[in-house]
Structures are given as structure tokens and as C-alpha cells.
Design a binder for this molecule. Structure first.
Ligand SMILES: Nc1ncnc2c1ncn2[C@@H]1O[C@H](COP(=O)(O)OP(=O)(O)OP(=O)(O)O)[C@@H](O)[C@H]1O
Length: 344
């Protein structure tokens, strides 16, 4: 659906130039919610603005729906851009226009007949739950309501793709969640491809199918959110996880220290991290297994949460017993579909 090939963007020239994106490649499938996460200055805004060519890449190609946007002339590009909606951190609404006129704006630009425009605007306002606010001005709305207008406006032209540029960064946590829920509903209802950039892991965790981690203008890690979330490989990804789970990480460090003590006393213990996904999170797999193998365990740290409404759990556990019994326990857990990482 969206393919970025060798994307490079350099701002400025000579010694004062900054390379924001460097030979970046990315593939986004139709109907996916694809999140790009990165620290400030990593290149997120540049990347998302290159997808609809609000920013022209210095080199590389942008393909959307089988069309190479970078090869189009101005008129053809304008036409293709209508199929790519965009929402922004600070909403970018017309302050002197009503909610109705803000949503109608892209339809007026292409001379949509009045009756069709009225139908579409009302449909979009109902979709975002603002049908009773159509005569208000942006200044009379809350942040979440302003973003809902932004979403209604972006969807009014029936786009195939919605780009979200830090769309919830200016909102409080509760409003953020309601906007994320709306994006998820829209994705499901219209099979709309959504690309979002963010610096917040919980945004990715809430609604994304796939995630790419961007650092210094390149993608350093990418994959299904469940995989990247449960087994972060790159230091930058781990850093993001740590910010969201600081307490858990601190406890894990304590657990590692306690394992050292235990190892010094009897030698037959192992510290492991067990990850559960889906319904397995709620099953009594661990207790069933240790009852069978005769191993004791101490739980040193644990989390249960959800990734895009799928439950997952992570436990840091110290097994104690004969070393062959411990190894058998680990094997049995893995055979039952749990992910087990031996920490020490
Ligand atoms: N118009 C510009 N002119 C010059 N340099 C720019 C311009 N826009 C971005 N940059 C530089 O490109 C790099 C990437 O910036 P970009 O805004 O894409 O990062 P970001 O990940 O979106 O950061 P943030 O989260 O802070 O918005 C930075 O070093 C930035 O200073």
C-alpha cells in the first residue's frame, strides 16, 4: 500500500545541512495501523510529511497504492493527495470557520455539489460524535473535540490513507484514549490504512498492528507490535519500553540481584522471564507445570497489560530445584507456547 524506497531528506546545503532521513525503506500494508516511534529529532515528522510530499525527499521514491508520487507532476500529485488524509498535533483548523465549514472545506475545494457536500459533512460529524456542534467555532471546543473535527475533515474526501502527525500529543491521557479508540473504529469500519508517528509507547501499544523504531533518520527495528514489545532488540526500543515500565525494570534489577544471592547459596536456581500472550495469559500453565516437575518458584516481578486489546503478561521468576528439573520446567513451558528467556 505504501512503500518508501531509499528515502533521504537533507535540509539546507553545505556545512549547515542536516540529514533528517537517510536511505530509509519501509513497507506498509493496506488496512494496517502502522506506528513510527522515535525520540525528538529522529526524523518522524519529516518521514510522515514525505509520504504525501508535503516535504519533498532529496532522494528516493514514495509509492502509494501502486503510484510513484515522486514522479508525478503538480496536478496529478494534487489529485493523488486527496486520497491521503492528514491530522496534526495542533489540529490546524480554520479558526474563523465553523465546525461544519471546517469539515466542508476539502469538499468545497473540489466543487462538490451542495447536497452531496451536506450529506458528507453530516455523515462525518456523526462518525466523530459532533453532530450537535456543527455551528460552533474551534475556540468553543475542547482539544479532543478539535481533533475530532480534524479527523472528520481528513476523512471527508474518502481517503485510502490517514496520516497522523503526533495527533494525540497535545491531549490529556483520557482524551488521548478516546481519540485512539475512534481511530481504531475508523480503521475497522473503512479498512483505512493509518500511519501515525509518536514518541509515546502506549499509543503504539493501544492501537498499532506494526511498529517501526526510527533513530537518526533510519529504521533500527520493525515488526508486529506484540513481537517488538515483548522482545525489544535495539537499545532505543528498550529505552522506550523502560520509560513506560520504569517500576517494572527497577524490580527486575532487584530480582537479578536476588538471583545472585540465591546462586551463591545453593547453585541450583535460574532466573527467567516468562512472556504470555493472548488467552494463555489467564491460564494456570506455570502452576500446573511446576507441580509436575517438582520445582519451586518465587515471583519477583510481574505485569499484565494489553497490546491492541490482546492480553499479555510478563513474569520474572526464580526457579529453585535440581538443575535437570529446572531445565525440564523451562522446556515444558516453551512446549506450551510460552516464551521463556533465561536471564541468569
Ligand atoms: N525545515 C527544516 N530545516 C532544517 N532542519 C530541519 C527542518 N525540519 C527538521 N529539521 C531537522 O531534521 C531532523 C529531524 O527532524 P524531525 O522534525 O523530522 O524530527 P522528529 O522526530 O519529528 O522530532 P520531534 O519529535 O521533535 O518533532 C532534526 O535534526 C531537525 O532539526
Amino acid at each position: 500500500m505504501i512503500e518508501l524506497k531509499g528515502l533521504t531528506k537533507t535540509y539546507g546545503k553545505g556545512s549547515k545541512s542536516t540529514t533528517a532521513l537517510s536511505d530509509l525503506n519501509l513497507n506498509i500494508r493496506k488496512g494496517e495501523i502502522f506506528g513510527v516511534i522515535g525520540h525528538s529529532g529522529a526524523g518522524k515528522s519529516t518521514l510522515i510529511r514525505c509520504i504525501n510530499l508535503l516535504e519533498r525527499p532529496t532522494a528516493g521514491e514514495v509509492w502509494v497504492d501502486g503510484i510513484n508520487l515522486t514522479s508525478l507532476n503538480k496536478i496529478d500529485l494534487q489529485q493523488q493527495r486527496r486520497k491521503i488524509g492528514m491530522i496534526f498535533q495542533h489540529f490546524n483548523l480554520l479558526s474563523s470557520a465553523t465546525v461544519y465549514d471546517n469539515v466542508a472545506f476539502p469538499l468545497k475545494l473540489v466543487n462538490t455539489p451542495k447536497a452531496a457536500m451536506d450529506r458528507k459533512v453530516k455523515e462525518m460529524l456523526a462518525l466523530v460524535g459532533l453532530e450537535d456542534h456543527s455551528n460552533k467555532y474551534p475556540a468553543q471546543l475542547s482539544g479532543g473535540q478539535k481533533q475530532r473535527v480534524g479527523i472528520a475533515r481528513a476523512l471527508a474526501s474518502d481517503p485510502n490513507v490517514l496520516l497522523c502527525d503526533e495527533a494525540t500529543s497535545a491531549l490529556d491521557p483520557q482524551t488521548t484514549d478516546s481519540i485512539l479508540k475512534l481511530l481504531l473504529d475508523i480503521n475497522e469500519k473503512y479498512n483505512l490504512t493509518i500511519v501515525l508517528i509518536t514518541h509515546e509507547m502506549h499509543v503504539i501499544q493501544n492501537i498499532c498492528d506494526q511498529v517501526a523504531v526510527i533513530h537518526q533518520g533510519g529504521i533500527v527495528e520493525q515488526g508486529p507490535v506484540t513481537e517488538v514489545f515483548l522482545k525489544p532488540q535495539h537499545a532505543i526500543t528498550r529505552d522506550f519500553m523502560m520509560r513506560d515500565h520504569e517500576v517494572g525494570i527497577a524490580l527486575e534489577e532487584t530480582a537479578l540481584a536476588s538471583a545472585d544471592v540465591s546462586l551463591q547459596t545453593d547453585g541450583s536456581s535460574k532466573l527467567v522471564k516468562i512472556s504470555f500472550l493472548g488467552n494463555k495469559t489467564y491460564e494456570a500453565i506455570l502452576s500446573r507445570t511446576v507441580r509436575k516437575t517438582g520445582v519451586d518458584f518465587a515471583i519477583l516481578q510481574g505485569t499484565i497489560s494489553t497490546i491492541k486489546q490482546v492480553p499479555y503478561g510478563q513474569l520474572t521468576v526464580r526457579f529453585e530445584g535440581q538443575s535437570d528439573e529446572i531445565n525440564l520446567t523451562i522446556k515444558e513451558l516453551m512446549d506450551q507456547g510460552l516464551d521463556v528467556e533465561v536471564l541468569r
